[in-house]
Design a protein around this ligand. Structure first.
Ligand SMILES: [Zn+2]
Length: 413
């Protein structure tokens, strides 16, 4: 449409500019209004108007005068962390974790629910509403200061439509969540795949914040991949991108939960490492009874215990246990090299509760990755390991969805 912009357009442009300034303050604080004008390209008068509004709304505070350069002292602006809060929920089959985070993404309150939501998609909305209200009332945070709820689920999630397409961990299929939750709670609600949530957090507040093109690889019970291109999380056409764990690592290999054979996850996840050991050591009677490929809570905990036992065996000189980790590292290295050759990231952030509990696994992964990367693609690639991410971090990632929209996308009126 040509001609003078409509009031709605002007309001949107104002909201976009206000968000830009808020994000610049977040990234560069303490910062003066003239510096903001220079960074944003907006006029000083516009910056004064917009930051005045941000200060009135308590998102920004004046933190004192800038150092004098001879002229009039400029006041410095900073983010006011408690000016707003985001709620994050990580909904798992047998438990859920909720957090309240401030505008800096720091967790100020967390809550854990030991309730099973697996096979209970009919109660999904009711249960999430109940947990959110619990979180709000127990944290004591004023609902008027809450800018939204983010919800992380494992599986194939269509974040754009707010639909849980297939979560095998929960056995929820084709469940619309975001819109009905938003109506019930009176808050903006966003849902996403749990690995995309962790990746959103990494981009906003973590190591990934220095990079425009990076991967987040999450290791543990499964294998997840988050992709950031040009500074934005990539979700694919319908939200299904990043199913790295189901890349074929061994044609005709072990059966996977997804119905295919030889998926990477079956060799690199906790159960994959354990299966590597079984394969090499099948004659030995291993004194732990574990049902591989089971999604029960007990089996998941048994897997973690078993991996720790394998670590102890490695430390005691058990060569076959060491090989089990090494084999996982090599297959992960090959898979990552294939991705690096296609997508050329600057950095890979490796995280999760299984992020290289064994040092040799990391070393074999890195060696194979660098050897198999094309030309110089692997040479300057940064590898960052952030181990021991508890489930609270997943919920924090869910809250980061809300903060991402708050800082990077146009503000809701
Ligand atoms: Zn698979």
């Amino acid at each position: 449409m040509q001609g003078k912009s409509a009031p709605a357009d002007r309001k949107l442009i104002r909201a976009i500019n206000q968000n830009r300034l808020l994000n610049l303050i977040r990234l560069n604080a303490p910062i003066s209004r003239p510096q903001l004008a220079a960074l944003s390209g907006l006029s000083l008068a516009t910056v004064i108007g917009l930051t005045g509004e941000l200060t009135t709304r308590n998102f920004v505070l004046e933190s004192g005068p800038a150092e004098s350069t001879g002229g009039r002292k400029a006041t410095l602006l900073d983010l006011r962390p408690e000016g707003g809060f985001a709620l994050g929920l990580m909904v798992r089959g047998f438990e859920s974790i909720g957090v309240v985070v401030d505008l800096r993404g720091d967790v100020v309150f967390s809550l854990h629910w030991d309730r099973s939501l697996k096979h209970r998609s009919a109660q999904a909305i009711e249960q999430i509403v109940e947990m959110t209200n619990d979180l709000l009332s127990q944290s004591g945070v004023d609902k008027d200061l809450v800018i939204g709820l983010g919800c992380a689920l494992s599986g194939y999630i269509d974040a754009k439509s707010g639909i849980c397409v297939d979560s095998w961990n929960l056995d929820w299929h084709n469940i619309e969540l975001a819109e009905p939750l938003s109506q019930r709670l009176g808050l903006p609600v966003m849902i996403d795949n749990d690995v995309s949530c962790i990746t959103t957090y990494e981009k906003l507040f973590g190591w990934g914040s220095s990079y425009e093109d990076f991967f987040t690889v999450v290791l543990g019970r499964g294998v997840g991949l988050g992709l950031v291109f040009n500074g934005a999380v990539y979700r694919g056409a319908t939200g299904g991108a990043g199913e790295f764990g189901h890349m074929i690592a061994v044609p005709g290999g072990r059966c996977c939960e997804c119905g295919k054979r030889g998926c990477l996850e079956e060799y690199v996840s906790f159960r994959g490492i354990i299966a590597n050991y079984y394969e090499r050591n099948y004659k030995e009677n291993i004194p732990i009874n574990i049902t591989l490929n089971s999604t029960s809570d007990q089996a998941v905990r048994s897997e973690a215990r078993m991996v720790h036992e394998l670590l102890e065996r490695t430390a005691r000189g058990d060569e076959l246990a060491a090989q089990a980790f090494q084999h996982s590292g090599e297959l992960l290295g090959i898979a990552l090299a294939n991705l690096v050759n296609v997508l050329n990231p600057e950095c890979i952030v490796l995280t999760g509760e299984g992020a290289f509990v064994d040092q040799a696994m990391f070393q074999s992964m890195e060696a194979v990755l660098r050897q198999n990367s094309f030309s110089l693609l692997g040479k300057d690639l940064r590898l960052l390991v952030e181990p021991l991410v508890g489930y609270e971090s997943w919920a924090r990632g869910a809250a980061a969805l809300v903060l991402h929209r708050f800082f990077v996308l146009p503000m809701h009126p």
